[in-house]
Design a protein around this ligand. Structure first.
Ligand code: FMN
Length: 285
């Protein structure tokens, strides 16, 4: 997650047995990315989970080529391609034995990514934090499963292990979770942002393009405080602070905020998901 996922968060996630991802842009300069990757790969060696790098492939990303080169140099085991076609990434990552997952929000983009040869898809669904999706998860999984039998992850609103079980029953392999990890000790979010996510419920989340020009999910009250939205969620003519790139303190979070009860460590968050998932699979409440 942009401005949220730190090396500590990624390492803690891999140590807890899941895949911990971060957008390469979080390392502020391309040189910084080399240092981050070195540290993350060293500290994840021997962990039960894996680190993943998330590359923003849109042509407007000035760091696109430099960051891709760094990811290839360090042979990051899992590469997540988002906001752009994954074609260029698949060959070079497969050459060193890595996996490529593509972030998609439409069936059309899912088909394109499959044609490009990705190993897996991340289906962005309604209610997700960041640049949200719109499709219903059950509809999206069912339609994609008709033409793709590779790794399928679902993103959007996941806060409990039994939801992961439900998705597995529906045909997915993995849950892709963002918002609950904002409220962790290892995240880069400041204390007010973490607490803001804990305090928010699903009704407090608004999807607006007023911050970056692309529709994304935010805590409504915070955008009003910053003067970005008025009382009817209309963009103010001029925001009171510079919030583009989420740099001015806008709090992106998904509808799952309502299912985040506290700020805790990554290991604790993962342990709760795991215990709830196992209980659900065993038919326990
Ligand atoms: C604060 C924040 C920043 C995000 N930044 C990125 C990003 O830089 N690249 C990306 O592919 N997805 C990004 N996302 C989306 C997440 O990767 C993920 O798809 C989403 O958080 C899942 O939905 P959930 O928040 O309901 O769990 C971001 C999400 C949040 C909440």
């Amino acid at each position: 997650m942009f401005r949220v996922s730190s090396p500590e968060l990624v390492v803690a996630a891999a140590s807890a047995g899941i895949i911990g991802a971060f957008p390469t842009l979080n390392a502020r300069e391309p040189d910084g990315l080399d240092a981050w990757l070195e540290r993350i790969l060293r500290d994840c060696a021997g962990a039960p989970g894996l680190p993943a790098a998330n590359l923003i492939l849109h042509k407007s990303n000035p760091r696109r080529d430099a960051d891709l080169a760094a990811v290839l140099r360090h042979r990051v085991p899992v590469v997540i391609a988002s906001v752009g076609a994954p074609d260029e990434v698949v060959g070079p990552v497969h050459a060193y034995g890595g996996l490529v997952l593509a972030d998609v929000a439409t069936v059309r983009h899912a088909r394109r990514a499959v044609q490009a040869g990705v190993d897996g898809l991340v289906l962005l669904t309604a209610g997700a934090g960041g640049n949200t999706g719109w499709l219903n998860p059950f509809v999206f999984v069912a339609e994609v499963r008709r033409f793709f039998d590779g790794l399928l992850a679902v993103a959007g609103g996941l806060t409990e292990g039994r939801q992961l079980h439900a998705l597995q029953v529906a045909g997915a392999d993995l849950g892709y979770v963002g918002t609950p990890f904002i409220a962790t000790h290892e995240s880069l979010a400041d204390a007010a942002y973490r607490e803001g996510v804990v305090a928010a419920g699903a009704d407090d989340i608004v999807v607006t393009d007023a911050v970056t020009g692309i529709p994304a999910s935010f805590v409504r009250g915070r955008l009003r405080e910053l003067g970005v939205l008025d009382e009817r969620d209309r963009p103010a003519a001029r925001p009171s602070v510079e919030v583009s790139g989420w740099g001015g303190g806008a709090w992106s979070a998904g509808q799952g905020s309502g299912g985040v009860p506290d700020v805790c460590g990554v290991a604790e968050r993962v342990a709760r998901f795991r215990a709830q998932f196992e209980a659900s699979r065993a038919g326990r409440p």
